[in-house]
Design a protein around this ligand. Structure first.
Ligand SMILES: CC(C)(COP(=O)(O)OP(=O)(O)OC[C@H]1O[C@@H](n2cnc3c(N)ncnc32)[C@H](O)[C@@H]1OP(=O)(O)O)[C@@H](O)C(=O)NCCC(=O)NCCS
Length: 221
């Protein structure tokens, strides 16, 4: 169990040292978390064998863009983004579940995708993951009741998320008010952020003059 106060940091997958741990997270997420919404034979088929070729697993992670979530130096989740916008994997260690690990991963995936000009993300979401993907802005476009894994029916759904233009956030206020820290966090989440720390010096200026001032700062961004 991880302390509930710990929040995850996101970094790129490291080959080959993250291979064994990400595979462990994959199996734990399926056999524990997803086992509440699928039958045992479906879980067995989806989880697959324990003794896979870790070299092949590692190759798949390095050909995708794989991001890992880390809490207390331990990998607790990972997600794969493929060049066509498919979010191919999203798995979180059950011991670190429901504390924002998937949200941190998908927020970074959305940021990476925007940077590459990908307009829409797509995923084939398990029943376990559909509520979380819905919270991240994905919508079900097709139920897939006949999806099969290793010959066993494991229903899932295709979900899509339009990325759109990131919101530009303007942070205005006095210097040393904590704006820079907040700006850093918002930038990590994919927002365009402009800090305006000298707006207080413009007291008495007309709203139009203030707007010109802020507009200049945005233009310089
Ligand atoms: C789906 C999964 C990745 C979610 O990971 P997580 O780190 O626990 O999710 P988060 O804590 O980031 O939750 C994100 C949001 O989804 C919601 N959420 C997550 N799981 C949920 C569930 N089972 N039911 C309802 N809401 C859920 C959370 O409440 C949260 O919403 P909020 O931020 O508005 O409070 C994880 O449960 C998992 O690994 N499941 C099994 C494997 C799986 O199905 N992977 C997907 C393959 S397609």
């Amino acid at each position: 169990m991880f302390p509930s106060s710990s929040s995850p940091s996101i970094r790129p997958y490291r080959s080959p040292e993250d291979a064994a741990r990400t595979f462990e997270v994959f199996r734990a997420a399926i056999t524990q978390t997803a086992s509440t919404v699928y039958e045992p034979h479906q879980i067995e088929a989806w989880a697959g064998p324990c003794d896979i070729d870790l070299g092949e697993w590692d190759r798949r992670r390095t050909t995708a863009t794989t991001l890992v979530a880390v809490i207390d130096d331990q990998v607790v989740g990972f997600a794969d983004l493929l060049p066509d916008g498919l979010v191919d994997m999203l798995f979180v260690d059950p011991a670190a579940g429901r504390r924002g690990v998937a949200r941190a991963l998908i927020t970074r995936v959305q940021h990476e995708a925007r940077e590459r000009g990908i307009a829409e993300l797509r995923t084939l979401a398990s029943r376990s993951a559909q509520p979380a993907f819905a919270r991240f802005g994905f919508r079900v476009v097709a139920d897939r009741p006949g999806n099969t894994v290793r010959g066993v029916v494991v229903p899932n759904a295709e979900m899509r998320c339009r990325l759109g233009t990131p919101t530009l956030v303007i942070l205005a206020g006095v210097p040393y008010s904590g704006k820079s820290t907040l700006a850093g966090v918002l930038a990590d989440r994919g927002f365009g952020v402009v800090e305006v720390d000298d707006i207080n010096r413009a007291e008495g200026a007309t709203p139009e003059a203030l707007a010109d001032h802020v507009q200049d700062r945005i233009a310089a961004h």
